[in-house]
Ligand binder design. Structure first.
Ligand code: FAD
Length: 368
């Protein structure tokens, strides 16, 4: 927990420990909020995943879910709010302001902290994206509350009704569950694809609360001069790929890694890699799956020459179907695999590529 030791006395309860009694002031905090991340007219899917998760937690606590939307005067925040309702939100807090057009830390921190101080949610969730990580840290330190980053599981502790936020620790060898018992709101960030995408319910609606920011451009140090899209960003979209073929150090050389690319191409999937392959410069860092890489949830995950270390598994074990190819029948990857092939990846990968290519070619002939 990253609670600031210099927290304001008014936010401290009388006691410490799990049976801590919240002050009347902190007991007033109610409801679960999700910061809805949007950029250039698109909402990041992690926001909907978090609204779905917030709904489940709120049903346990018996409280409401609210979406928080900050943006420029003409941005479609009301439309995004309507979408948030379909995913499970009951309410949306919206702030339109010229200084909120395009993400900058200062106005977004002020916007979010002001809303929290005014409406007092007990839990605040953000995506563990570049924006979410930047914003969550500054909001938590401004509010003097606890933030658990990169959570893999969220639950409600029945004893305290506190948020139990689980995340890997000690280099991924242990999971720890962290509770912010003494401060409000309880904050957590969650990576894209860790939580399931909820099914939208078009009949759901909710209440919209409009608020104001009270900040002017001259108060902001950073200036947004232009937006230049990174030509390489989103080229590799591992978290949302349906099929991933992942290569590990068992492939031995970067030349052999091409076998992974060939199978992924035939299957119309993406290429993933373990950390040592990235560190060796065989593939781009954006392809790394695992604790310090991406979390993925594809329909099919093929792991070739991957040992299955816990730091890798934490990023891929939620895949629907896992196929592992490894020469060592005792490799840990087989503990999470639905199908295991004990064999040499340099032989198995080309055989699979050939078999799938022949299968799809035949399918295309039948359809034509
Ligand atoms: C703090 C921390 C964070 C980390 N984060 C990540 C992370 O995000 N992602 C990640 O992947 N790792 C991460 N790691 C590293 C992790 O602990 C492992 O070292 C790594 O996942 C192992 O990669 P690997 O399976 O490619 O290699 P190895 O462990 O070397 O395994 C190679 C496997 O290939 C098999 N093999 C050998 N030859 C063949 C062959 N011809 N055909 C088929 N199989 C063969 C071997 O039996 C073996 O099981 C992290 C480690 C730390 C300490």
């Amino acid at each position: 927990m990253t609670a600031n030791p210099a927290a304001a006395p008014a936010k401290r309860p009388a006691g410490r420990g799990r049976n801590v009694e919240l002050s009347e002031e902190l007991k007033a905090y109610k409801g679960i909020w999700v910061f809805i991340e949007h950029e250039r007219g698109h909402v990041h899917s992690v926001s909907w995943e978090l609204v779905g998760e917030a709904r489940k937690l709120a049903d346990k606590l018996g409280c409401a879910v609210a979406a928080v939307l900050l943006g420029g005067p003409d941005e479609a925040l009301e439309k995004f709010a309507a979408e948030a309702f379909t995913y499970g939100a009951d309410k949306a807090y919206i702030v339109h302001d010229p200084v909120l057009l395009g993400y900058r830390n200062e106005p977004f921190t002020k916007g979010l902290t002001d809303l929290v101080n005014k409406y007092q949610p007990e839990i605040l969730l953000l995506g563990a994206t570049s924006m979410g990580r930047d914003l969550a840290g500054s909001v938590a330190t401004t509010l003097l509350t606890g933030l658990t980053a990169d959570c893999t599981e969220l639950a409600i502790d029945p004893a305290t009704r506190a948020l139990a936020a689980t995340r890997p620790t000690f280099g991924g060898s242990l999971y720890c569950t962290i509770m912010t018992l003494a401060y409000r709101p309880q904050m957590a960030t969650v990576r894209p694809r860790v939580m399931l995408m909820p099914t939208p319910d078009a009949s759901r609606t909710g209440e919209i609360v409009q608020d104001t920011l009270g900040m002017v451009e001259t108060q902001i140090v950073t200036k947004l001069l232009d937006f230049i899209a990174d030509a390489h960003s989103n080229k590799i979209n591992l978290p949302y790929a349906d099929v991933i073929v992942c290569g590990g150090k068992g492939l031995k050389t970067p030349e052999n890694f091409k076998l992974v690319f060939e199978l992924a191409r035939v299957l119309g999937g993406e290429v993933g890699a373990t950390r040592p392959c990235v560190q060796a410069g065989w593939v781009e860092a954006d392809r790394q799956v695992g604790q310090t890489g991406k979390t993925v949830r594809p329909r099919l995950y093929i792991a070739a020459g991957v040992s299955g270390a816990v730091q890798h598994r934490v990023g891929m074990e939620a895949s629907d179907v896992i196929v592992a190819i490894n020469t060592d029948a005792n490799a840990p990857i087989f503990d999470v695999a639905h199908y295991g092939i004990v064999g040499n990846a340099m032989q198995v990968l080309p055989a699979l590529t050939q078999a799938f290519a022949a299968h799809f070619a035949q399918h295309r002939r039948q359809v034509a």
